[in-house]
Ligand binder design. Sequence first.
Ligand code: ADP
Ligand code: MG
Length: 588
Amino acid sequence: MTTKGSDLASDAYLDDSTSFEALQLDPRLLQAIHRNGYHHPTLIQSHAIPLALQQKRDIIAKAATGSGKTLAYLIPVIQTILDCKKDESSELGSNKTLGIVLVPTKELASQVSTVLEQLTLYCSKDVKNLNASSDMSHAVLSSLLLESPEIIIATPAKLLSLLETNINAISLENLKFLVIDEVDLVLSFGYQDDLTKISEFLPLQKSLQTFLMSATLNDDIQDLKKRFCRSPAILKFNDDQITKDDSKLLQYYVKTTEFDKFLLCYVIFKLGLIKGKSLIFVNNIDRGYRLKLVLEQFGIKSCILNSELPANSRQHIVDQFNKNVYQLLIATDDTEYIREEDEEEKESEVSEDSKEVDGKNNNKKIKRLQVKKDKEYGVSRGVDFKNVACVLNFDLPTTAKSYVHRVGRTARAGKSGTAISFVVPLKEFGKHKPSMCPTAKRDEKILTRIIKQQSKLGLELQPYSFDNKQVEGFRYRLEDGFRAVTQVAVREARIKELKQELLASDKLKRHFEENPQELQSLRHDKELHPARVQQHLKRVPEYLLPDSVKQGKSKKIGFVPFHKPKKAHKKGKVQKRNGKSDPLKNFK
Ligand code: ADP
Ligand code: MG
């Protein structure tokens, strides 16, 4: 496989027995597919595309993340539209929307829109698309709608507001395709009512085809199935296809205390124990800033992603991260859906826990640990982060399901990846207030579930322990650095970043269409500076460096922010000398 086409989670998904040529696609579409480096369809694509195009079936598909679902629905949508346009006799009004793709988050909307643009490169006149969920003013949106895009991508809420307010701008009379991507997430986000209302605008009895896609499907979609589908073909591709041999994901968990999470993080990133880009997940927004500020004390740069930031900035951050501008991204993943799994396990004290976080909503279908700032934010699902070497669960997620989605951000594209999860044992919980995270109370329980769930897939989480003697040397410095990051400092940083990003976002907004190049220089990992900056902490004194590093170019490593690629390379040499390829093991 070549270049771009190799971003699949695993080659095991490819269907070598057939080719895209065999799918009888429009030459312009086919050419674009090849241009992107795709040669064989994936299993879900080779099954879904003929069902949709030749048999005109509705489709409900469940296939693992990274199995190529996006193309599985976009190719039929584009092909159908091209067919319509060719067919002179069809009475298509010029301002009729032909395809709609609904997604749960703005991040996904923009990702789908990008893929769509690639696929319609040679037929962009016939198949125009509009990402209605990207941040733009009402005026801009209205004028873009006037160009009557054939495909509209939006979150359900956005589409509904368009339908209700711009009633003349969009006409769904001739709609051919409706796709709901990540459908279970769309439901968990509480879009059910929006969907019901949207369905009233649809020509459902006519020749509308629907696609419901997800990595996980459950009974909640029965209602949608009834509402949107006519005897759908149900495609299921089980995760079993990704077995131990295919998976290049190494999974570790580290039992540690609340404070030592920060200590280990400092050691890992200061000494460059992980080669390549890391994605760190924390469970609430403040913790993201706290961690960033603590790392900043030691000269370790990182970038923040959370639901509070403007959507434009978020997208820009993800894009830049994918282009390797940043090495360290701290993402807040603060919406968790605990009911499903809790019910499965029927643990009595779970309901107590949820009362703590959620008050009285026990009967509500879905429980949110936190009210989201932007309910259309979501990074642990669907977003195609590129080349992530390591996912660090700084805070363990609160469900096994969300673990799968988080660690699914690495080991994509048939590449290898590492997932490390910090786990706070119950007896350590609540011992150090400033560093504690409320969700850690259930860490051990969740870990048990995660291990069980992974073992069903034939995968394993290994315990990992750091060399205590080495780590201890850094404790004093970390304590010093940690103290400087007070709650006030965290608040200030949060506000400062928000202001910066709002400004940047405004700029982005104005220039997006005209001058995207100009904005490349906009960085999101600037230092936020807590109240007290201690320059001396940025260097690691020689006596703290592990022997393996000292023997090498010790002095330099002490100063170098870990993201300089050259140095990482040098560390690679150190590892080789030790005969170990696992960057973590090297620390011993
Ligand atoms: P999913 O929605 O199932 O999680 P995506 O549609 O996001 O998966 O695809 C995952 C990655 O696989 C993308 O980077 C995409 O470019 C790549 N991909 C999709 N189809 C193919 C294919 N036929 N051959 C090679 N790579 C593909
Ligand atoms: Mg997807």
